[in-house]
Design a protein around this ligand. Structure first.
Ligand SMILES: [Mn+2]
Length: 326
């Protein structure tokens, strides 16, 4: 579907309905949250009844956006609601605890930029895998209507979308950045986005405890398969020693970058005994395929999953999967 066609269908559903649920994938990131908050503002301005329902509350680094308290983590009966899925396209990625949200709904709208979408019934979708972020799509979808906003709302809206843009592009450093990404960023700055505020909150507000934990985490680095695979870990013991929560590790998966020599980087977070969340990053290999083996998802160069397994066994299995990956 072209964006103009989608815009037309989207607006029709918005005009004919009152109740909306905005949701994003589990462990919500800056792109999912930015897209939710921007749509929240847009629908609010149209007088709609909106709920933001995610499996997990936004991390503290997103509190500066000012809508974290609108996010609820309990499922409601959604029979009378239009559900808008943002930054994911497979229902199960919403997270197990709120999966029931999809038991009942009036209609489904999916806006995303991930590959291999699930076939969704009773829905309209706009998925552009060439878009840097879901926030980029939201801008293109709503840009003509933003002018009706007051200047305060414009500025909030711009900060929400700018946050998603810099989160998913790593402050415009990733290969998903296109000329259009910069032109949208420029429009958002014109609307009042505060690039410095967004950047500082997302990438630079580190406490000493976080730095200590990062030090411990990086000292766990190990190499496998002729150094092609590099693994590192944040364990429960490290969290205890530094007296912090796992929440603080949200940016740690980007701390070690894949290179020509170290092709795949695997970051493990120990959630419980023999229960890990794994983040995979690669330069060339398609790690989304590897994550799929464990029911995970993501992109070609960055993907993740959760699994219950002994760590050594898990490392060996992953190294083997990487070895046989074409
Ligand atoms: Mn995204």
């Amino acid at each position: 579907m072209k964006i103009d066609e989608f815009k037309f269908e989207f607006r029709k559903i918005i005009d004919n309905n009152k109740n909306f649920i905005l949701t994003t994938h589990e462990n919500p990131d800056g792109d999912g949250i930015g897209a939710q908050f921007a749509l929240f503002l847009y629908l609010k301005q149209l007088g709609k009844n909106i709920k933001i329902i995610n499996q997990d509350k936004p991390l503290s680094k997103y509190h500066f956006l000012g809508l974290s308290d609108k996010v609820q983590t309990k499922v409601i009966n959604s029979a009378d609601y239009i559900i808008i899925m943002l930054d994911f396209n497979e229902k199960k990625r919403v997270g197990q605890k709120i999966q029931k949200i999809f038991d009942n709904y009036k209609n489904l709208i999916c806006i995303d930029h991930h590959k291999e979408p699930e076939e969704l019934t009773n829905s309209i979708s706009y998925i552009d895998i060439y878009s840097s972020s879901t926030c980029e799509i939201i801008y293109l979808l709503l840009k003509d209507e933003i002018n009706n906003f007051s200047s305060i709302w414009k500025q909030k809206f711009a900060n929400f979308l700018y946050t998603g843009l810099i989160y998913d592009t790593n402050n415009f450093a990733n290969s998903n950045v296109k000329p259009v990404t910069f032109s949208i960023a420029s429009k958002l700055i014109e609307l009042g986005a505060n690039n410095n505020l967004c950047y500082l909150n997302l990438f630079e507000n580190r406490s000493l405890s976080e730095l200590r934990l990062l030090g411990e985490t990086l000292s766990s680095i190990e190499e496998y398969f002729d150094s092609k695979v590099v693994c590192y870990l944040t364990s429960q013991k490290m969290l205890k020693d530094c007296n912090v929560d796992m929440e603080l590790t949200s940016g740690f998966s980007k701390e070690v970058k894949p290179t020509d020599e170290h092709e795949v980087i695997i970051y493990f977070r120990e959630l419980n005994k023999n229960h890990y969340r794994c983040s995979l990053r690669s330069k060339n290999l398609n790690v989304q395929k590897i994550a799929k083996n464990y029911d995970g998802g993501g992109h070609r160069h960055a993907a993740g999953f959760e699994v219950e397994m002994e760590l050594q066994e898990l490392k060996e299995k992953l190294v083997e999967l990487i070895r046989v990956c074409p």
